[in-house]
Design a protein around this ligand. Structure first.
Ligand SMILES: NC(=O)c1ccc[n+]([C@@H]2O[C@H](COP(=O)([O-])OP(=O)(O)OC[C@H]3O[C@@H](n4cnc5c(N)ncnc54)[C@H](O)[C@@H]3O)[C@@H](O)[C@H]2O)c1
Length: 118
């Protein structure tokens, strides 16, 4: 399958690497240009044990690429994972609240053009 993961953070990069390791063709999209540039060079901006090795093997299997442009990745994919950050709640508790200015700034505009089950 062709898989798109939106967000190249801890969750998105690891999810993308695992999916590619299992043979899926993966594109990971992030708005952070510097992060995408690093990951494209095989460098990991986050620390996760064995992630560099996993990315190297993933690339040799299903293939994984990193980009900033969402539109092509969406059009080409069978499955889309959204793994962007969520802000903490006002109480300071962990992420999950979906209202307020942060989520609006981070809005992802997805246009569903087809419903595919293969
Ligand atoms: N890290 C964990 O252990 C963990 C555990 C459970 C749930 N989660 C949840 O998973 C989600 C991701 O967590 P994380 O730790 O990977 O966060 P993160 O901050 O490491 O990564 C989020 C990434 O999303 C990117 N991003 C933000 N808005 C974007 C947009 N509009 N388009 C493309 N990219 C965008 C950011 O640049 C960043 O690289 C959060 O909702 C978090 O609450 C995380």
């Amino acid at each position: 399958m062709r898989v798109t993961v939106i967000g190249a953070g801890y969750v998105g990069t690891v999810t993308g690497a695992c999916m590619a390791y299992f043979g899926h063709a993966v594109t990971v999209v992030d708005t952070d240009v510097a992060k995408v540039a690093k990951l494209s060079k095989g460098e990991t901006p986050i620390y996760e044990p064995y992630l560099p090795e996993l990315l190297r093997d993933a690339n040799a299997r299903g293939g994984i690429d990193f980009r900033c442009d969402l539109s092509d990745a969406i059009a080409e994919s069978d499955v889309i994972f959204i793994a962007v950050g969520t802000p903490p709640q006002a109480s300071g508790a962990g992420g999950g609240h979906s209202t307020g200015p942060m989520p609006r700034r981070r809005k992802i505009r997805l246009r569903i053009v087809a419903w595919r089950i293969r």
